[in-house]
Design a protein around this ligand. Structure first.
Ligand SMILES: Cc1cc2nc3c(=O)[nH]c(=O)nc-3n(C[C@H](O)[C@H](O)[C@H](O)COP(=O)(O)OP(=O)(O)OC[C@H]3O[C@@H](n4cnc5c(N)ncnc54)[C@H](O)[C@@H]3O)c2cc1C
Length: 314
């Protein structure tokens, strides 16, 4: 499969990148590692006039200890980040989710920023143009209804970032730099809760930093997938316990991570947290696993993970 024709630009700073985005009147995409973007371009899901490569913008690649915060450059590669001492010392949930992300060869290319901004996925969407056309375009392709749930007017694609749930449990914040302003928000505020347009991003905005509070935590990450060696999550659970409070995040069963805070991770509290998540999610038949099974695995994965983390702390 080959991509449609595009121009390639490689700016040296964020201002130039944003200016280029404007120059192409919004018909441009940013490129980090390309492991999500390039396959989508090959499938004809993206046909940009220009690709703006962010890899030469050095400040976007570094990890810094800023005292109260660890600032992670969005172009830090997954493979480098999982070996970073600050991540290992402070954020075990993130360390585990980085380790569980795809496979090592992709981790060496893929970045944490690209991981957070990867597009939502569906068996009926991540297909060749020929395949999609024969079925009729779905909501995520500008069509009238969902192909996974015939007749539905809601998109059910899944957001499959392994690292977003872990970062949510660590109360991470992000910085977005756009043509008009630089804004900082909680990572959870990035999500629209709409699978066909999962991110609340203004045109041309670049993710320029991820900030994680520098607090010691205990935590972990579990994911359900078909092949252990390389696979997107079909369900995931992240848990961090920081300053006497636990946060559970369930991923890959909807357009965002579902985050619940719990004071003490007792048996009852875990059950209540899972109930909160179960009320919000509706897995459908758009992955290789049965949707009921994915739903029934939510309490299993969450309970197993939290018990393991809390046992380990004793
Ligand atoms: C076979 C395979 C298996 C995979 N398995 C997993 C998995 O198990 N878990 C998982 O989480 N992911 C998985 N992925 C997806 C992907 O490899 C990772 O998510 C990776 O971290 C994406 O990072 P990237 O730098 O390559 O992103 P890119 O492809 O460069 O970018 C992804 C998206 O984000 C946008 N973007 C990138 N950086 C910025 C920025 N700084 N500001 C604004 N927009 C930006 C791009 O325009 C694009 O739309 C898999 C991919 C493949 C091909």
């Amino acid at each position: 499969m080959i991509t449609s024709k595009f121009e390639f630009r490689s700016p040296k700073d964020v201002e130039e990148a944003v200016r280029l985005y404007r120059e192409f009147q919004g018909e441009a995409v940013y490129l980090s590692g390309g492991t999500d973007l390039v396959p989508r371009m090959k499938l004809g899901l993206e046909k940009p006039k220009a690709v703006i490569d962010l890899k030469r913008i050095v400040p976007l690649t570094t990890v810094e200890d800023q005292g109260d915060w660890i600032r992670i450059g969005p172009l830090a590669r997954i493979f480098d980040l999982k070996q970073n001492d600050l991540v290992g010392d402070y954020f075990p949930a993130l360390e585990a989710s980085l380790e569980a992300t795809s496979c090592e060869s992709l981790q060496m290319r893929g970045t944490i920023g690209g991981n957070l901004l990867q597009n939502s996925r569906c068996l009926f969407y991540n297909q060749s143009e020929f395949w999609r056309r024969s079925k009729g375009f779905c909501l995520k392709m500008g069509g009238e209804s969902c192909n996974a749930v015939p007749g539905a007017k809601t998109c059910f694609a899944n957001y499959c970032s392994d690292n977003a749930p872990a970062l949510c449990t660590l109360s991470a914040e992000i910085e977005l730099s756009g043509p008009d302003e630089v804004r900082r928000l909680n990572l959870e505020e990035l999500y629209t809760n709409k699978a066909d347009k999962p991110f609340d991003l203004q045109p041309g905005e670049i993710l320029t930093a991820i900030f994680v509070p520098k607090k010691k935590s205990i935590g972990g990450y579990e994911k359900l997938r078909v092949r252990g060696a390389i696979d997107y999550p079909l369900l995931s659970a992240a848990f961090s316990f920081v300053d006497g409070t636990g946060k559970l995040a369930i991923g890959a069963v909807g357009p965002k991570p579902y985050v619940v805070e719990m004071k003490q991770p007792s048996h009852d509290a875990i059950g209540e947290a899972v109930e909160v998540v179960l009320k919000q999610v509706r897995p459908v038949g758009n992955t290789v696993l049965d949707p009921d099974y994915r739903k029934r695995m939510i309490p299993v994965l969450a309970g197993r993970l939290i018990n393991k983390v809390m046992e380990g702390a004793k």
